[in-house]
Write a protein that binds this ligand. Structure first.
Ligand code: IVH
Length: 669
């Protein structure tokens, strides 16, 4: 091995070790700064000498090229959901059913914290992480391998010299309370809307098409089961957990086992308050029969196993009255009713004085009236929410809430479409509340990223009539900003600099920022990929728009109408005049090389590449990765256990390469 290769291997070993100490053992040995230094050294080494990069290198955790969409993965063994018990009595009933089915046998229960995150499946082939998937419907989920590689506790390679041919670990991806708070602080500091709770943020992060964004979210993992037991000698759940630990997975330290349901209940109860001190969120406990043979005998219904149950902690709740329902106007004009409480209530340690009632339909369905006593709960421990009204507490003075026929912000008429959950303000062009919502949305970090243009400034800009559309911000002058409340010369200049900088964000972010109904970040990215300049987009027909993957006629109609309305046309010409970039850069592809213009199919189990890796390599070398073999296929790369695709290639006379031959072809070995 060359000196450089030795150093790369040493760096990988060190980084893996420290990652493990931090995310699995929770005992960091070096500072974050020192860790980042080592990582940077390895990144630079691999960048300068790509042949030194390996598929399980810790540098892979920073994310890779964005993808178009997620492939569907069928779970070999379904990812079941779990029955729920809401009280000690219901836990005793569960125990009764278990013991009845098992006759007089002794039963051992394993009790775990129920981590409030997102369930995932991780498959390792010959010890290397080859597939990561969401639970999805339980039968099939999304292939989110690249995103899961960025989750620090996920081992990229099993810690064993003798890995099983195939191994599936399951677990919960979550975000720590501290990381969630930090991310939310950053968001709030920019004057943007906070995220609802860590679970939603984790789930959203795992569904990013760009894994580099996932990497920034610092997600973590607790593994809690082995998917397939085939070929293992595991006899109990505790043995499975021990194996997971041995293989390098983080396993929650609070797991205990008990012989009686009374001990189980006592352990569950011991967490009902203590859980608020944990660095991550939990929403209950999971109780599992330890013995796999007993689990097998108990079996499962088509939804959930009979050998496990979840004991749900009660969400903290309080009773108060609704003094008033105020109506807020969103960026699309939608009217959102917000309940104001009298008195404010204490929930999970915070004072709650208001909660959204979401829309008119929810108020009608729950029959919530002004003056009603209501039960307020904190869902996911963060977002307060009106669970129900208490009609038995009414005294006759309560009032059924009616939306005014006029917009509370601009006085224009409101209307409710037959299928809409709530009325909307019809004054799209001039309602100040809608405009303020659109400005805030335009400036968001993931859109035009204009730091400093948050709620307060947006409100002032609208009130001072300095802007009438989002494009008007590019006309703002220093003296106009300085004249605003609490705006010094320095912050005004900073804001102008930020606005100037935003001009180069590119078409995808711009489209996401325009508040076009049905076009958020993901759709905007797809739209800009299909039409990488505004002129191409303007020339697109409705059918062409509807043909983009995941779009359909409704979204197409909304986009088409937006750009072909007088307001949309003016918006485009104003943005153009301001010098805002109206194109999206298409990533440059090589024009010479052995794979340029070639179609490659990978099949079978490969040693050094996951399927996704090989697809990435092919695309990076200017080729196309395909899923099935045809006459148009130029090469098939076949690993072990290759089946029908290999047969087809031979039949059609398509050249078949081994993994080594492929590596040689692209000059990687
Ligand atoms: S066991 C058949 N253990 O709760 C039982 N689930 O299952 C399979 N969850 O979304 C799940 N912590 O992701 C199990 N310690 C734990 C868990 C846990 C959280 C989640 C799981 C699933 C839900 C219901």
């Amino acid at each position: 091995m060359s000196k450089l290769a030795q150093r790369a291997a040493e760096l990988r070993r060190l980084l893996d070790h420290h990652n493990y100490q931090y995310y699995v053992e929770d005992k960091p040995e070096i500072s974050d700064k020192e860790f980042d230094r080592l990582l940077k050294e390895l990144e630079e080494l691999e960048a300068a000498h790509p042949e030194l990069a390996t598929p399980d290198s810790p540098t892979r955790r920073v994310g890779g090229q964005p993808i178009d969409g997620f492939k569907t993965v069928h779970h070999r063994i379904p990812m079941l959901s779990i029955g729920k018990a809401f009280s000690a009595d219901e836990l005793r009933e569960f125990d009764g059913r278990v013991r009845k089915a098992l006759g007089k046998q002794p039963v051992e229960y394993v009790v775990e914290l129920k981590i409030d995150g997102v369930a995932v499946s991780l498959t390792y082939t010959d010890g290397l992480l080859t597939l990561g998937a969401t639970r999805g419907s339980g039968k099939a989920g999304d292939d989110i391998t690249e995103n899961l590689k960025t989750v620090r506790g996920v081992p990229l390679r099993l810690h064993t010299d003798a890995p099983p041919k195939s191994f599936e670990a399951r677990g919960e991806v979550y975000m720590s309370k501290a990381d969630f708070a930090r991310l939310n602080e950053e968001v709030a500091a920019r004057g943007e809307e906070r995220y609802a709770n860590p679970r939603n943020l984790s789930s959203g992060s795992l569904k990013q098409l760009d894994s580099r964004l996932t990497a920034k979210r610092r997600l973590r993992l607790f593994s809690y089961s082995v998917g397939s037991l085939e070929g293992t000698t595991l006899r109990t759940h505790l043995e499975a957990l021990a194996l997971l630990r041995e293989y390098g997975f983080p396993v929650n330290p609070e797991i205990r086992s008990f012989d009686s349901i009374d001990e189980v209940i006592a352990y569950c109860d011991s967490w009902s308050e203590k859980r608020f001190d944990l660095p991550y969120e939990t929403d209950g406990m999971v109780i599992k029969v330890n013995d796999f043979e007993q689990q097998r005998r108990l079996g499962a219904t088509n939804k959930e196993p009979r050998w496990a149950t979840a004991y749900k902690f009660e969400a903290e709740q309080a009773i108060t009255t609704i003094r008033e329902i105020k109506v807020e106007v969103g960026k699309y004009g939608e009217l959102t009713p917000v309940a104001h409480f009298d008195p404010p209530v204490q929930l999970c340690g915070t004072t709650v004085s208001r909660a959204t009632l979401h829309n008119a339909a929810q108020i009608e369905q729950k029959d919530i009236r002004v003056g009603d006593s209501v039960i307020v709960v904190k869902r996911g421990e963060i977002i307060p929410h009106v669970e129900q009204s208490l009609p038995e507490a009414r005294n006759g003075k309560e009032k059924v809430f009616q939306f005014s026929k006029k917009c509370p912000a601009c006085g224009a008429a409101t209307a409710r479409e037959p299928a809409a959950p709530t009325p909307s303000c019809t004054n799209t062009a001039a309602c100040p509340a809608q405009l303020q919502g659109r400005l805030e949305s335009f400036a968001k970090r993931e859109r035009m990223n204009i730091e400093g243009l948050g709620e307060a400034i947006a409100e002032q800009l609208v009130e001072a009539k300095l802007v009438e559309t989002v494009a008007d911000i590019y006309r703002l002058k220093l003296d106009q900003l300085v004249a605003l409340d609490r705006m010094g010369k320095k912050s005004a200049q900073n804001l102008l600099d930020e606005i100037e900088k935003s001009k180069t964000c590119g078409l995808a972010r711009l489209l996401a920022g325009l508040s076009i109904y049905g076009v958020g970040e993901t759709m905007a990215t797809l739209l800009a990929e299909a039409f990488p300049s505004i002129d191409l987009l303007l020339a697109a027909t409705k059918d062409e728009l509807a043909g983009i993957k995941g779009f359909g006629p409704k979204r197409a109609e909304s986009i088409y109408t937006f750009f072909h309305s007088p307001a949309g046309e003016r918006m485009v010409s104003d943005l153009r005049a301001a010098g805002v970039k109206l194109t999206e850069d298409v990533k440059a592809k090589p024009t010479v090389g052995p794979l340029v213009g070639k179609t490659v199919v990978a099949t079978g189990v490969l040693k050094n590449y996951s399927r996704k890796d090989i697809e990435d390599v092919v695309v990076r070398h200017g080729g196309k990765a395909a899923g099935s073999v045809s006459k148009k296929t130029d090469y098939v790369v076949a690993g072990e256990d290759a089946g029908s695709k290999l047969d087809k290639a031979r039949q059609l006379g398509v050249p078949v390469l081994t993994e080594q031959e492929f590596a040689r072809l692209i000059g990687a070995s």
